[in-house]
Design a protein around this ligand. Structure first.
Ligand code: ADP
Ligand code: S3P
Ligand code: MG
Length: 179
C-alpha cells in the first residue's frame, strides 16, 4: 500500500470522482483539486473549449502538467479526469505519489448520470453508449493497473461517500498511522 499522504480518485466519466472528491477532501482535511476545474480556472475557459482550440493533445498536456504539479505536494486529494490513466507517466505518478481509489460505474449508470451533461467533449455527438464502451475497453485495464483499491459507486453519493471512507480507513489510514 502507498503510504503517501495524498489521495487520488480515478475512474470512468460520471462515476462521481468530482462529487465524491470534494466530500472526501473535507472529511480527511486534504486540499481538494479537480484537474478539470483547475484547467478551467487557469485557462479562463471550459474544458470543451480547450479541446476545440488545442485538441485532445493540448488538453492532455495541461492535465499531465497539473497532475505533476499538485501530485508533487503532500496532503492533497486529486479528482482526476477519466482519461488521465492513458499516459504512462501519469500512471507512474499516481502510483508513486498517492493512494489511488478507483471509483467504478457501469455504462448504464454513466449514461443516466450524464444524460443532461453537455460539458464532456468526448461524449458530444451521437451514440454515447458506443463511445463509453470504447473508452472502457481501453481504460479499464489501466485503472486496474493503477489503483490500490476499487469501489463500485452503485449507490447515491452519500452512501458511496460513507463506503469510501470505511474502505480508506481500513486500508490507507492504517498504513499511514503505522508509517
Ligand atoms: N453515486 C452517485 N449516484 C448518483 N449520481 C451521482 C453519483 N456520483 C455522482 N453523481 C452525479 O453524476 C454526475 C457526474 O458526477 P461527477 O462527480 O462529475 O463524475 P466524474 O467527475 O467522475 O465524471 C453529477 O451530476 C453527479 O451529481
Ligand atoms: O474521459 C475523458 O477523457 C475526459 C473526462 C473528463 O473528466 P470526468 O472524468 O470528470 O468526466 C474530462 O477530463 C475531459 O472531458 C476528458
Ligand atoms: Mg470530474
Amino acid at each position: 500500500m502507498n503510504p503517501s499522504r495524498n489521495l487520488f480518485l480515478i475512474g470512468p466519466t460520471g462515476a462521481g470522482k468530482t462529487s465524491l472528491g470534494r466530500r472526501l477532501a473535507a472529511h480527511y482535511g486534504l486540499r481538494f483539486v479537480d484537474l478539470d476545474r483547475e484547467i478551467e480556472r487557469r485557462t479562463g475557459t471550459l474544458v470543451a473549449t480547450v479541446f476545440e482550440i488545442e485538441g485532445e493533445a493540448g488538453f492532455r498536456q495541461r492535465e499531465s502538467a497539473l497532475l505533476a504539479e499538485f501530485g508533487a505536494g503532500e496532503g492533497v486529494l486529486i479528482a482526476t479526469g477519466a482519461g488521465v490513466v492513458l499516459a504512462e507517466h501519469n500512471r507512474a505518478l499516481l502510483t508513486e505519489r498517492g493512494y489511488v481509489l478507483w471509483l467504478q460505474a457501469t455504462i448504464d449508470q454513466q449514461l443516466e448520470r450524464l444524460v443532461h451533461d453537455t460539458k464532456r467533449p468526448l461524449l458530444a455527438g451521437a451514440d454515447r453508449r458506443a463511445r463509453l464502451e470504447a473508452m472502457v475497453a481501453i481504460r479499464e485495464p489501466l485503472y486496474r493497473a493503477t489503483a490500490d483499491l476499487a469501489l463500485p459507486a452503485i449507490h447515491g453519493i452519500a452512501a458511496v461517500s460513507t463506503q469510501a471512507i470505511a474502505l480508506i480507513d481500513q486500508h490507507w489510514q492504517r498504513q499511514t498511522s503505522i508509517a
